[in-house]
Design a binder for this molecule. Structure first.
Ligand code: TXA
Ligand code: MG
Length: 318
């Protein structure tokens, strides 16, 4: 059944068939995951990978994450190790992406991996993407469904706002529960978090029974996509703001001034997980309302606050 947006569909048996038909024919689709919406295409096919890069205007040196239902298909593409197995068993399916060495005979189109010897893989948890992955016999290359450097989409209409009808099929899976992109961890050597997410360093260290040391964390950017400016709503953002300037949109945690139309609370109870899930939604809302600038109050740098601070710092970079 259609709604007002002609290319947004609810998920049912009929639209599942439509998605699969779309993907089988090397087209791409806007699909929900628990983190953010993705722009998915057959990871084995050059044609679909090129479509993804072109639609997103993504630089070709920035590799895509390959999404699987479980280990069965993934084993054709990855060189596994103990750390990976431990994290996979504990967190998957879930919001975490692993960087591993790629098997030399993997069928993943090399353009998807930006011709690197490594590969980023993820096993998403959202029931809709899992039903789709279960039905197809290839993995999906799937970056966030936004134009390069924009804010990631956290509901189906956001995907429409990014690509209008250039993507012929978007599945509405509701608001993403996590709301920010998966944690990316490099497991090709000593484990190193390349992109913080809702699964945080402490939880990972507990499972791996090791400490990821600060020094190696700060070394040269190894994730080609972790560019300084990213996740930008397209208006200036200034962080660590104690006082509202009277005219900008003011992002904060808690209930203070909740009735002020210029105040946007990420979480009334100051929950950092809830704040992470609302961040991109609030960015998009503020932009729609026509504000010219965003001020953000200090966000505690603990738990999911680390991932929030990573994103707002990049969004504020000019
Ligand atoms: O939550 C998510 O991960 C979402 C949903 C749709 O699954 N996807 C997502 O994809 O955020 P994308 O393309 O927006 O971000 C992928 C990140 C980029 O920073 C990219 O550079 C990094 O993963 N990446 C991919 N392959 C890599 C590799 N071989 N080595 C290091 N970093 C890699
Ligand atoms: Mg992205």
């Amino acid at each position: 059944m259609k709604n007002n947006y002609s290319n947004i569909f609810i998920f049912n048996k009929k639209t599942l068939k439509k998605v699969i038909n779309n993907l089988d024919n090397d087209h791409v689709a806007g699909l929900p995951t628990e983190t953010v919406y993705g722009l998915g295409g057959n990871a084995y096919k050059k044609k679909s990978i090129e479509k993804i890069f072109n639609l997103k205007k993504r630089p070709n040196f920035n590799p895509l994450i390959i999404h699987y239902y479980d280990l069965k298909l993934a084993m054709n593409d990855i060189v596994i190790n103990d750390n990976f197995i431990k994290l996979y068993k504990h967190f998957c399916p879930g919001p975490i992406t692993f960087i591993l060495n790629r098997k030399y005979n993997s069928k993943i189109n090399p353009i998807a991996c930006a011709k690197l010897k490594t590969i980023a893989i993820r096993f998403p948890k959202h029931r809709i993407i899992r039903s789709i992955l279960k039905e197809i016999n290839y993995p999906l290359a799937m970056p966030s469904a936004n134009k390069s450097s924009n804010v990631s989409p956290t509901n189906a209409k956001d995907v429409f706002d990014e690509f209008k009808t250039k993507v012929n099929l978007i599945i509405n899976g509701g608001k993403c529960t996590v709301g920010i992109e998966s944690t990316v961890i490099d497991l090709t050597g000593f484990p190193k978090i390349l992109r913080p997410g809702i699964i945080n360093k402490n939880e990972i260290q507990k499972i791996l029974k090791l400490k990821m040391n600060k020094k190696s964390d700060n070394k040269k950017i190894k994730s080609p996509g972790m560019m300084k400016k990213h996740y930008s709503p397209g208006i200036p953002i200034i962080i660590n703001q104690k006082k509202h300037d009277g005219k900008s949109a003011y992002i904060y945690l808690g209930k203070k001034n909740i009735n002020n139309k210029k105040f946007f609370s990420l979480s009334k109870n100051s929950s950092l997980d809830e704040a992470a899930s609302n961040l991109y939604k609030v960015f998009r809302l503020i932009k729609k309302k026509g504000f010219k600038k965003i001020q953000i109050r200090n966000i505690p740098n603990i738990g999911s606050g680390i991932a929030i601070n990573d994103r707002i710092k990049r969004a504020s970079y000019s």
